[in-house]
Design a protein around this ligand. Structure first.
Ligand code: BGC
Length: 761
């Protein structure tokens, strides 16, 4: 855990240059706008530790799978979000000295992420090796108003000299992914051009043939007046720039505005990309930095109105939740139904492909409650569109008759994960799609979704479970063998309770969905039956039989659910008895040792209890929490949020608060020692859930909103806002648990507060 960032309600602040933490800061201070984004690398050269990363949503490369031993069923490739052509560099040379903070005496340095405005701001004073001292003030943003525009205002002032300055303003498509499997470069050049004032490169991805045109244009100002400086242009392979030379005069700031247009063939015809990029640049330059920034902050103001959460009396907690909301919002805006939410968003390359079960299991509730229903619906439809691929994925593994096995990691529906214990065994993820449907329908009331899209998916998933279970004569029950539950620190176990429970639940839910569509939409039902070859009576009879005879591991002595059949054979030790130097286990222990231990990476039984909370009484929840939490190392970012929600439910307020800080400040404080690889974007939605479902106790039951709030002792108040069935509701919880609930928009509504109905009007 590191605590080098200052606490502030609306800003993330780093004071002093921290070369060892630089890659962490590059992740934390990342910027995005749903269409593109980048890590917070410096504009000027930096020879210290850094990872330049720019990303364009939806643009990926199928990197040929690399494994030691090939296993039948492995995918051919891993789809990688690509490190895309870079536009942010402003390379400075003063006299013959390169401005490189790793080689300067840095007297002061501040890096600020202004979350309210979506602005990255750096100010530093540094002395070059030859004694020349400069002050730099740089501001940059990726426009939320126009997802294809980025802009930088870079102001440099000589403090103790007059000297010639040369400024290189490139577009560089000669970039690599650090995680390239065969050290291959994924981009090839299509087009480049440069003239004084402008440079453009169009690059295409190998194999997938996405085209991305990145163009830059710049404007210089000195003493507040636009100046024309001498410039030369350079073209190299996949690279174009302008090198501008002028005089830097002591005390007289030189301002460089660098505008960028980043357009991809996902949104423009390939043969029009360059022309459209030029038009966009022209627009950007004509508007100017201030106007573009005003448009951008207007969108942010609106976003914050929709989804801000306030916390009074605890700056660290306030900063944490805003940071999570900020990153989530700039990763996925919900405007483009082809996109999804990658675990690292635009902040790093780890985890490659864009879509994991994280979206359905963790992110959906945030978008359900903070955006119009269309956004959550789009996320579901995204999976509907991948149904064909899910059926193919299942076929590759030997399933048949339209069984659908959704991938663990994907870009286009095809599985691209290649560790057998996850690819083949972490099968619970296929039902996350079914659970998301239930969540969506409960929240929005849009049951007709089942007829339109949902049922086809459910039939496919139910068929998968039908084929994946097997009858055990020994147990006289259906069992599910050779699986990995959400806790990836156990592989190839039998009867992971979470998996068995979710599998059986899916069969039940699919049956209910069939009954509903059959009755409410008979015509559509007939179409689905024909399309899926659904033989309802025998198929559903068998589903029912499985549901009624599913095996669930349980320990009658402790009265706890067992994570899997063999769990109690393990030596039961608590995390708090581990030595500090053993943590995090995934960086300190051999994999063998981890697998044999009782330590749990992330909520597993508790994940199931969280999803199906109403199936369990509070005492059962408490007993299972008390048993499993002490063995949980939370080395997946997805774990603490589930614990906040359950701890809140059973009245463990202190623990709920600790877990809240852990999820909310996971990246800010680098809890798991891995933020330099990127921020944990999908778990950020879990932070939102922690507060709203955990502390706020928000649930939807039978179409009604319920709240059961409490306030952590450390806080004076907190408030959140929900969009719910054409209403906007604001809930504020003050000290002593005093609750104010306000209907900000929409027709009167009854909600259930601490078990009693109240009218909102
Ligand atoms: C977790 C998975 C998750 C993935 C991406 C892993 O560490 O164990 O559950 O889907 O990260 O967030």
């Amino acid at each position: 855990m590191k605590q080098y960032l200052k606490h502030h309600e609306w800003q993330i602040i780093e004071e002093g240059l921290n070369p060892h933490y630089n890659k962490i800061s590059e992740s934390v201070f990342s910027l995005g706008n749903g269409r593109m984004g980048q890590r917070a690398t410096f504009e000027e050269d930096y020879s210290g530790e850094t990872h330049q990363g720019s990303y364009v949503a939806g643009v990926y490369y199928p990197d040929k799978t690399r494994v030691g031993w090939w296993k039948n069923g492995y995918p051919e490739y891993f789809a990688k979000v690509l490190n895309a052509p870079s536009w942010i560099e402003i390379r400075i040379k003063i006299g013959d000295q390169v401005l490189d903070l790793a080689k300067c005496n840095v007297e002061s340095f501040t890096r600020v992420l202004d979350m309210k405005q979506g602005l990255l701001h750096r100010v530093f004073t540094a002395t070059l090796p030859d004694g020349k001292k400069v002050r730099v003030d740089s501001k940059r943003f990726c426009s939320m108003a126009d997802g294809e525009i980025g802009a930088i205002r870079y102001e440099i002032t000589a403090q103790n000299f007059d000297a010639p300055i040369s400024i290189t303003l490139p577009v560089d498509a000669d970039v690599v992914n650090k995680d390239s499997n065969y050290d291959e470069k994924f981009w090839e050049e299509v087009h480049k051009e440069a003239e004084v004032g402008q440079a453009l490169v169009t690059a295409q991805t190998k194999k997938t043939l996405f085209h991305v045109c990145t163009g830059i244009q710049y404007v210089l100002e000195q003493n507040g007046k636009r100046i024309e400086a001498k410039a030369t242009v350079n073209l190299r392979e996949k690279y174009a720039d302008n090198v501008v030379t002028t005089e830097l005069k002591q005390g007289s700031p030189l301002v460089i505005y660098k505008y960028a247009a980043i357009l991809s063939s996902e949104n423009h015809p390939k043969d029009k990309l360059v022309a459209h990029a030029k038009a966009k640049l022209k627009e950007a330059v004509a508007a100017g930095f201030d106007q573009l920034f005003a448009n951008h902050t207007r969108v942010w103001a609106h976003k914050w109105e929709e989804c801000d959460i306030t916390i009074e009396g605890d700056v660290a907690a306030q900063q944490g939740i805003r940071f999570n909301i900020f990153q989530l919002t700039q990763t996925y805006t919900g405007e483009d139904e082809r996109l999804n939410i990658g675990p690292k968003g635009f902040t790093g390359e780890k985890y490659g492909g864009s879509t994991y079960w994280d979206t359905e299991a963790y992110c959906l509730p945030f978008f359900l409650s903070t955006a119009e229903p269309k956004v959550a619906r789009n996320l579901l439809v995204y999976r509907y569109k991948h149904l064909g691929k899910a059926i193919e994925n299942a076929k590759k593994l030997g399933f048949k008759d339209g069984a659908a096995f959704y991938p663990f990691v994907t870009m286009n529906g095809e599985e691209c994960h290649n560790e057998w214990e996850i690819t083949f065994e972490e099968i619970h993820r296929t039902s996350a799609m079914a659970y998301a449907m239930r969540d969506y329908i409960d929240y929005t009331g849009d049951k007709d979704y089942l007829a339109e899209y949902g049922l086809e998916v459910l039939i496919g998933i139910a068929r998968f479970w039908n084929q994946r279970v097997n009858w055990s004569d020994e147990k006289s029950k259906f069992v599910i063998l050779g699986v990995t539950g959400p806790n990836e620190y156990e592989n190839n176990v039998n009867n992971n309770w979470y998996t068995n429970y979710l599998g059986a639940w899916t069969l039940r839910f699919a049956t209910q969905a069939v009954e509903f569509v059959k009755t409410a939409h008979p015509k559509r039902y007939a179409e689905i039956v024909a399309k899926t070859n659904f033989n309802d009576k025998p198929e559903m009879d068998r589903w029912k039989h499985i549901v009624e005879n599913m095996y669930y591991p349980y320990d009658p002595k402790r009265k706890v659910i067992l994570q899997q059949d063999g769990f109690l054979d393990k030596e039961i030790i608590r995390v708090k008895d581990l030595k500090a130097e053993d943590r995090p286990l995934n960086q300190k222990w051999s994999w063998d040792r981890i697998l044999r231990s009782c330590f749990i990476k992330q909520a597993d039984v508790l994940q199931g209890i969280y999803l199906f909370e109403d199936d369990f009484d509070t005492e059962t929840i408490r007993r299972n929490f008390d048993f499993y939490e002490p063995m949980t190392v939370h080395e997946s970012s997805l774990s603490p949020c589930v614990h906040v929600i359950l701890a809140s439910k059973i009245g463990y307020k202190e623990q709920a608060y600790e877990f809240y800080l852990r999820t909310a400040r996971l990246d800010l404080d680098d809890y798991n020692n891995d933020t330099e690889e990127g921020c944990h974007i999908t778990s950020m939605a879990g932070t939102w859930m922690s507060l709203v479902k955990g502390f706020g106790g928000m649930r939807v039951r039978n179409g009604q909103l319920h709240f059961n709030p409490f306030i952590p002792d450390q806080w004076k108040s907190y408030s959140f806002r929900l969009e719910f069935r054409d209403r906007v509701i604001k809930v504020k919880v003050g000290s002593g648990g005093k609750v104010e609930t306000k209907l900000e928009h929409g027709d009167p509504l009854e909600v259930i507060m601490n078990g009693s109905p109240i009218q909102l009007s």
